[in-house]
Design a protein around this ligand. Structure first.
Ligand code: PLP
Length: 408
């Protein structure tokens, strides 16, 4: 008898951004004359940098010739890219990560959703609340999360670590000891980032309790403050307790081009000494046929001197938007967080408005789309996320509209 996977059937509702897209589409259909500005989904809007375009063209040309044609890529990624990553993202920061600990992939969403497969079903996961929805949902799909309580919007076996104004958006150690701890810094959705000493405390905690940290550094390129680590491996001892996930999406505009990587150090072992590196290599070998050569060439271009200069330009373009939003909303009386080391601004909704109420208010009265904080977890209730990924013009216009309707 054919039976659907019951874990999938237990996932509540649809994926957050599909719900938002449906609401916005319905509003647009009913109000075709309105110019709706989206600062909702975290997708980039600037074109790919010129050196990336050049690398893409030349890699495509290589595919046209018998001598340079490439078939399946190596499972773990081409050496030219893994070497560039090891040198630029780790060795240059004093992190002891070698190229054979780097697994090139099609992006951080797949890696952050798939990485849970190498852990036993019995493992307890801990997540920040609010959180990037992929971490919990992928564990629900794996049957690791217990029962869902629609009242509290929580899974019984998931350990939630509230991140709010009260703790400066840095999670406190939970009462129960987790096996797998998800940390995203700079954070989506709160736009805040962990200082080195805070992350070091988490690394020490994980080592003491033999837990593993899945560190999602998809927004690393947006860090502007000195005391915020770019990699968890800047913390001492992290090679024995942390996996790091990175993406080319937000630094270099690869959201539609697709490229990312995950670091699984060889020193990382489970409580019985099984090396997680080998398990992830096995998983990659079985379920992934390698990121395309063309994309990997484009990824390598990001590490050239021109590429680095160009991506700095992209990041500053978006961070100018972040600053426009921060300033504009603060002037209008909103309490705003983030936007200094991340392209997200996390604002407190006014007058105790619920996040989804505020979403409707923004959509209907300002024609601006943001993301309701409650969509990222119960502690996101009463907050709202705006992204800095729009154009300068749209961002300035959106902020102006929000200010206008905020004047009471
Ligand atoms: N991790 C976080 C925290 C994200 O916010 C996102 C995308 O928004 C991703 C991963 C996905 O990155 P990619 O485009 O590489 O799949």
């Amino acid at each position: 008898m054919l039976k659907a996977n019951p874990n999938y059937l237990r996932l509540p509702g649809s994926y957050l951004f599909s719900t938002i897209a449906k609401k916005v589409a319905a509003y647009r259909e009913a109000n075709p004359d309105r110019n709706v500005i989206s600062l909702g989904i975290g997708d980039v809007t600037r074109p790919l940098p010129p050196s990336v375009i050049k690398a893409l063209h030349s890699a495509v040309d290589e595919m046209a010739s018998e001598e340079t044609f490439k078939g399946y890529a190596p499972d773990l990624g081409y050496e030219f890219l893994r070497r560039a990553i090891a040198e630029n993202d780790f060795k240059s920061r004093g992190c002891d990560i070698s190229e054979d600990e780097i697994f090139v992939s099609d992006g951080a969403k797949s890696d952050s959703g798939n990485i849970q497969e190498i852990f036993d079903e019995s493992c307890r996961i801990a997540v920040c609340d609010p959180v990037y929805p992929v971490y919990v949902d992928s564990n629900v799909m794996a049957g690791r999360t217990g029962d869902y309580d629609p009242q509290s919007e929580r899974w019984s076996r998931v350990i939630y670590m509230p991140c709010t104004e009260a703790n400066g958006f840095v999670p406190a150690f939970p009462e129960e000891i987790p096996d797998v701890i998800y940390i995203c810094s700079p954070n989506n959705p709160t736009g805040t980032a962990m200082k080195k000493e805070d992350l070091q405390r988490w690394v020490d905690y994980a080592r003491e309790h033999r837990s593993v940290i899945i560190f999602d550094a998809a927004y690393e390129a947006y860090i502007s403050e000195e005391d915020v680590p770019h990699s968890i491996y800047e913390c001492s001892g992290a090679e024995s307790c942390a996996i790091e996930i990175r993406s080319f999406s937000k630094n270099a505009g690869f959201t539609g081009t697709r490229l990312g990587y995950t670091v699984v150090p060889k020193a990382l072992k489970d409580a019985e000494g099984a090396q997680l590196h080998g398990l992830w290599a096995r998983r990659h070998g079985t379920k992934f046929n390698g990121a395309p050569y063309i994309q990997q060439k484009a990824g390598a271009a990001v590490y050239t001197p021109e590429g680095r200069r160009e991506i700095r330009g992209l990041v500053s373009y978006y961070m100018e938007n972040a600053s426009t939003i921060r300033k504009g909303l603060a002037d209008a009386g909103y309490k705003v967080y983030g936007g200094v080391n991340a392209p997200y601004i996390w604002l407190r909704t006014p007058e105790g408005m619920k996040s989804w109420e505020f979403f409707d208010h923004m959509l209907e009265d300002a024609n601006v789309v943001g993301t309701p904080g409650a969509g990222f977890g119960p502690s996101g209730e009463g907050y709202f996320r705006l992204t800095a990924f729009g154009t300068h013009e749209n961002t300035a216009e959106a902020v102006e509209r929000i200010r206008r309707i905020s004047v009471r």
